[in-house]
Ligand binder design. Structure first.
Ligand code: AMP
Ligand code: MG
Length: 425
């Protein structure tokens, strides 16, 4: 057996970031930028009002108060998007709406709440004084032309997309979504319709396709491939030429007589490395290159396949997507019950339900820990990491990998709902 660290290092040593591409800004959500963003202009582009009110000469309102109000003539009304037609003279005010450009001559805006008068009146009574510059958002106060805004490798989030739009950018240079082909192999897998005796449904392919979507990659469904030498070779060769990476499941265990192994050995020109990783679940794993396309061969057991994906495929794909920090950091979570590691030299990744209880991240086993028990994985949103032979007592902290499906809102499943005891694989 090799350590998880060694397996991860081996995979990453064979992975390169994809060539950056220009994408429409609304397709870049979740991706990393591939160049520094420097502002090409001042935003806002003009001084404008932060409030609804009246643009004034501050000097006209010296000493104004509810008991000593000042009356100004309203020279015009401007909404956001319209501009004033003449300079403001002393003794005048311009009725102005949030976001509208400050009229020339005005040096402050008094809030409508500090005035008395109707929106159609030709004069307004002002009940407060204002300092020069009050309620004015200055040109360039968000950012100035030439100012660095986002470093290279910034994640594109909704606000980032807003910044691109403010700059008038229609496209942005990002690391692309890898196209990742997913196929399933195994004579026991049913193609559809009624299940014949001894057959099972292919759950890995839909799971892995969804995991790819969740990660921000572009999943490509390559279907179910029969255990036939030529069919397998054709499927893998096609995947290698049309995709940036390939994920397959099943047929990588020791003593497995699946043809997958034989075919992959040939197609990878011997570069496939078959590993036994000291983790539970997901011990068997293989990685190699077909041409220059990375291929991840995951174990067939559904929980193992997803845990392999989390620990080995995810970091590799995040590297292809430009990340230089592709590994998740475990966080400390308080165990609500005894959690036991395995005694066979493997680090356990126990499927748990994580929830915030009394302002603290807590974990509890999400059910049976067998590597075929997909339902416990379905209820899990975190993996508790327990070293071989160790136990985490109820109330102790445990390093935990939070899965992408964890959300910090109140748990949809309460801890009472998950009253299933943890058992060994
Ligand atoms: P293997 O890694 O091929 O030895 O498969 C281990 C277990 O995973 C066996 O019980 C297989 O039937 C099961 N398995 C393999 N592929 C899939 C799949 N695509 N969906 C669901 N179970 C699978
Ligand atoms: Mg098999």
């Amino acid at each position: 057996m090799i350590s998880l660290h060694e397996a991860q290092e081996y995979v990453l040593s064979n992975i390169r970031p994809l060539e950056p591409i220009q994408l429409p800004i609304n397709q870049a959500l979740g991706l990393l930028t591939a160049e520094e963003l420097v502002s090409s202009l001042d935003v806002p582009g003009f001084d404008n009002t932060a409030v609804d009110g009246y643009a004034v000469h501050a000097a006209d309102l010296l000493g104004a108060s509810p008991t000593t109000p000042v009356v100004l003539q309203v020279s015009e009304t401007i909404a956001a998007g319209t501009i004033s037609t003449r300079p403001l003279e002393s003794g005048q005010a311009v009725r102005i709406m949030t976001g509208a450009k400050i009229p020339s001559g005005a040096d402050a805006v008094v809030m409508v709440e500090d005035t008395t008068g109707s929106p159609t009146a030709t004069s307004v009574q002002v009940n407060a004084s204002v300092g020069a510059g009050a309620n004015i958002r200055r040109r360039g106060s968000d950012f100035r032309g030439g100012q660095p805004l986002l470093p290279k490798r910034s994640p594109v989030n909704p606000a980032t997309i807003g910044v691109f739009a403010s700059l008038g950018l229609e496209e942005v240079l990002v690391y692309p979504r890898p196209r990742v082909g997913v196929l399933s192999t195994g004579s026991e897998l049913s193609i559809g319709g009624e299940l014949s005796d001894g057959h099972i449904r292919d759950s890995n392919r839909p799971s892995l396709l969804a995991a790819l979507t969740q990660l921000g990659a572009e999943p490509v469904d390559l279907g179910l491939v029969r255990d036939d030498r030529d069919a397998l070779a054709a499927a893998f060769e096609n995947a290698a030429t049309t995709c940036d990476a390939i994920v397959t499941s099943g047929g990588v265990s020791v003593g497995d007589f699946d043809l997958t192994k034989v075919v992959l050995k040939e197609l990878s020109h011997g570069s496939m490395r078959w590993m036994q990783i000291a983790i539970r679940p997901a011990k068997p794993f293989a990685f190699g290159l077909i041409g220059s396309t990375p291929l991840f061969a995951l174990p067939g057991n559904p929980v193992s396949a997803l845990v392999s994906f989390e620990l080995l495929v995810g970091p590799a794909l995040r590297t292809m997507m430009g990340s230089t920090l592709p590994f998740k950091s475990p966080v400390q979570a308080r165990a609500l019950e005894l959690l036991r590691g395995s005694d066979d030299g493997r680090t356990s990744f126990i499927r748990t339900h994580a929830a915030i209880v009394d302002d603290e991240l807590t974990i509890q086993s999400s059910g049976e820990q067998g590597s075929h028990v997909l339902s416990a994985m379905a209820r899990a949103n975190a993996l508790a990491i327990i070293e071989p032979g160790e136990e985490v007592q109820k109330g102790e902290l445990c390093p935990t990998l939070v899965l992408d499906q964890w959300q910090p809102y109140p748990a949809s499943l309460s801890t009472e709902d998950i009253n299933l005891s943890q058992t060994k694989e």
